[in-house]
Design a binder for this molecule. Structure first.
Ligand code: PLP
Length: 396
């Protein structure tokens, strides 16, 4: 059996999304900016896709949703444009990010630091959560931007974006949130909170890879991401990725529809998996369930190296993860576990299972069985874990 439980890294394209994209390769391949019928034939579908994308985050028509190539691009754009628009001219000198942002934010923040920008990193607490009040003590009159993700990719922890937005508003500071792991898992409505910029990426919600977006509140338009033609209102030039945009439009519509009907089932399966794995002794999950996205578990099995666990699971046909896919070739401990301050041996044992609306109960039952076998096997050969199977312990 093959079981894919790495949906926070990427997802399968929904067959309905693929079907919607299909005509845009061999038939409707015109450049929408040209002046002939091949171009015009794409317009209705592009318009529909953009309407679906706006509706997906409840963005008012007056605001912009600029299609990019991925969330990494959107995140880089926001931070670097802040540098050009507010910092290089001396108006501001400081930004705030959380210490557990995706590498596309952390690495960009570090780059800006190397250019002289002051950066504060908001900590997470022992449950892997951000406390909004911690922001108050770091904001200064020179703070240009706060960037805190909506939901964390490792733990699924949902961060207090509503309160953070309020604090930013009080201080006149721009607020960006990376909502990559939130769309399709929890309700994301840009009008329900104070937010200036919001990032998302189609391949995390059963859309195609290579297409993402940046929501921009009216009046907060940053320096263009790519200079060139008039594409995307001049904010991001480059011939439009028509199949990608159509795919993202269909994918976000399906993802939003799934929130009420399919996500509760995903959560039930996630909880079943979690309950069963927590029956194994010396096993830990840091963030409480109700404070997480419904599809994610980051779990530590004491004495079991995360990579060894992935190896055993992979041999059984199960895909999971030990950290962000961007870092998964390094044998590093899980960055969120490190930020929480977990003991070193626990930080190395974290394994992430992330489900999707395509995950079945049969797959979860199989995963429970194979994970239990793997823990047993790996603890029995672990030099750091004195493992005794339960039966043996009850015998004496
Ligand atoms: N932000 C978060 C929270 C993510 O989880 C990811 C991908 O793992 C990204 C950004 C980057 O997304 P993309 O692959 O679209 O660049």
């Amino acid at each position: 059996m093959r079981v894919y439980l790495d949906n926070n890294a990427t997802t399968m394209v929904d067959p309905q999304v693929k079907k919607a994209m299909d005509p845009f390769f061999l038939e409707l391949y015109g450049n929408p900016n040209s002046l002939h019928d091949f171009a015009r034939e794409t317009h209705a579908d592009l318009k529909l896709a953009l309407e679906r994308i706006y509706a997906g985050i409840n963005a008012p028509k007056s605001d912009s949703v600029v299609v990019t190539s991925c969330a990494t691009e959107s995140n880089n754009w926001v931070l670097k444009s802040i540098y050009f628009d507010y910092i290089i001219n001396g108006r501001k000198d400081h930004i705030v990010v959380s210490e557990v942002e995706h590498p596309s934010i952390i690495a960009t923040a570090k780059y800006l630091e190397s250019l002289g920008v002051k950066v504060s990193y908001l900590p997470i607490n022992s449950e892997g959560l951000i406390e909004a009040d911690s922001l108050r003590s770091v904001i200064t009159p020179k703070t240009a931007l706060v960037s805190v993700m909506w939901a964390n990719n490792e733990t699924g922890a949902i961060f207090p974006v509503q309160e953070i937005g309020e604090i930013c508003k009080e201080h006149g500071v721009l607020f960006h949130t990376d909502a990559v792991q939130a769309i399709g898992k929890v309700k994301v409505d840009v009008q329900s909170l104070h937010v200036d910029y919001l990032t998302f990426s189609a391949h995390k919600f059963h859309g195609p890879k290579g297409v993402g977006a940046l929501y921009i509140k009216k009046g907060k338009e940053p320096t263009p991401c790519l200079h060139g033609g008039e594409h995307m209102g001049g904010l991001r030039s480059g011939t439009l990725n028509v199949p990608g945009i159509v795919g993202m439009g269909k994918a976000i519509e399906l993802a939003i529809d799934s929130l009420d009907f399919e996500m509760p089932d995903v959560q039930e399966l996630r909880d079943k998996l979690e309950d069963a794995l927590l029956e194994i002794e010396d096993t830990f999950v840091v963030t409480p369930r109700e404070k997480r996205t419904p599809n994610t578990i980051l779990i530590s099995f004491r004495g079991v190296e995360g990579e060894a666990m992935l190896w055993d699971l992979n041999r059984a046909g199960i895909a999971a993860s030990t950290g962000s896919a961007c870092a998964s070739e390094d044998l590093e401990s899980n960055p969120v576990m490190e930020a929480i301050g977990a003991e070193a041996d626990l930080a190395h044992t974290a394994v992430r299972f992330s489900l999707s609306r395509f995950t079945t109960e049969e797959e979860i039952d199989y995963t429970i069985e194979k994970t239990k076998e793997a823990v047993k096997r790996l603890r029995s050969i672990s030099s750091s874990y004195a493992y005794k199977p339960k039966e043996q312990m009850s015998e004496g």
